[in-house]
Design a protein around this ligand. Structure first.
Ligand code: FAD
Length: 317
């Protein structure tokens, strides 16, 4: 692996090196393209965890070579991936391939059991929701177990647990992940979605335990009344971005706005002032609809597949 912050890359790409005042090498870095995304995470032993998550509708995975060679070949098709990974080597017995990674379960709790974390469902790890899902399910599971210990009747609580996390999983997926792979390769769409997904989640979900204490961790995401309008809003813009991306694919205009673009963002805080980024992003979405989105206003959804994440590769290099 090349050093993200090293002299070699800085000399070859001075504008890229100067644009970032932080250290890239200790961060989780992502690469993205049409129908796929990849992570590069530094590990403490000096190795890196590298993986590709892709959607079989859009991506033709390299056929030849070993399980380690294929993600390398794939990522080296990406200009930045090639820069970083051209000389990378993988650890032969630490490369894994998983097909159809996302899943949900129909019953999360019953007589004498309760499922939490990944056992209660798994989605695309793109926004790192795993620990949040784990927290929400575990908080409620602990309540169930505590109630059982006191001998309280549990049937209604078990039913509520099953219902809440079923609704939460489905809405979470619908609002954020459904068909997102369609526009992973579109800089402008992804930039807006990133701002809004992150902003609404930050201000609406992540801020709650800080404002209201741990009771907020018992409210599964998108199940409370105030969260429903945000669920609909998020689902709508994500659907629209997917539709706009599909329209671009039909016109042969995929990735036309990508070259030379860079978006560096300071991040959200829990202050309401942070909401200004959302206001700007919503206005930009409106403008996008008027200038381009109208082309797909009357087309029905063409999602070919009910789930958006299919196989994934996990490896170390
Ligand atoms: C590539 C990738 C990147 C991710 N990045 C993030 C991130 O940045 N942030 C985030 O929040 N989440 C992330 N996640 C998700 C996160 O890792 C998981 O959601 C989280 O680890 C789930 O915790 P868990 O305890 O439910 O399951 P696990 O962490 O899988 O723990 C289950 C444990 O049970 C053990 N086990 C299994 N079977 C048995 C058995 N029969 N007997 C005894 N023990 C058993 C397993 O060995 C394991 O230790 C990522 C996931 C992936 C795949």
């Amino acid at each position: 692996m090349k050093d993200w912050d090293g002299l070699e890359l800085a000399q070859r790409h001075p504008a890229w090196a100067k644009a970032c005042f932080g250290i890239r090498g200790t961060a989780t870095n992502h690469f993205m393209g049409e129908g796929w995304w990849a992570w590069v995470i530094p590990l403490k032993d000096g190795d890196f965890s590298i993986g590709v998550v892709f959607d079989q509708r859009f991506v033709t995975w390299p056929e030849g070579g070993s399980v380690g060679q294929r993600p390398k070949d794939f990522l080296c098709r990406h200009p930045a991936g090639r820069e970083i990974l051209e000389q990378a080597t993988w650890i032969e017995d630490d490369v894994h391939w998983r097909r159809n990674l996302a899943y949900k379960v129909s019953t999360r709790s019953g007589d004498g059991f309760v499922l939490t974390g990944d056992a209660a469902g798994f989605m695309d790890p793109f926004y790192s929701l795993g620990m949040d899902w784990l927290t929400f399910t575990t908080m409620r599971a602990v309540d169930l177990i505590a109630a059982q210990q006191t001998g309280k009747p549990l049937a209604a609580e078990i039913e509520r647990y099953n219902r809440d996390f079923e609704v939460s999983y489905d809405r979470w997926f619908d609002a954020i992940y459904r068909d997102k792979n369609s526009y992973f390769g579109e800089y402008d769409l992804m930039r807006l979605a990133f701002l809004m997904d992150l902003g609404f989640y930050y201000l609406g979900v992540a801020a709650q335990p800080y404002r209201r204490g741990e009771s907020a961790l018992r409210e599964s995401v998108f199940t409370t009344a105030p969260s429903i309008p945000f669920f609909h809003l998020m689902r709508t813009y994500n659907r629209r971005f997917a539709a706009i991306a599909r329209q671009r694919q039909r016109r042969g205009a995929t990735g036309r706005l990508n070259t030379g673009r860079r978006f560096l963002f300071g991040g959200f805080t829990f202050s309401l002032w942070s909401g200004r980024h959302l206001v700007v992003a919503l206005a930009s979405w409106g403008w996008l609809e008027l200038t381009e989105g109208w082309r797909s206003w009357w087309r029905t959804s063409e999602s070919k597949c009910p789930t958006a994440i299919l196989p994934s590769m996990v490896g170390k290099s």
